[in-house]
Unconditional design. Structure first.
Length: 52
């Protein structure tokens, strides 16, 4: 069963994925932004895994 918290985390993960894809498609991607987005995605992924 998916809780509201789980759904919210999954939505945040998807938004971060979209932001990461957009940043990497830029002509001069900001590596610091990419690293920060990846770190945020990883933290959310780990929390999602703990909920399961």
């Amino acid at each position: 069963m998916q809780t509201a918290h789980h759904s919210a985390l999954a939505a945040k993960h998807a938004v971060l994925d979209q932001r990461l894809a957009a940043e990497t498609q830029r002509p001069l991607p900001d590596t610091a932004t990419i690293a920060a987005l990846k770190k945020q995605k990883l933290l959310i992924k780990e929390e999602l895994e703990q909920l399961q």
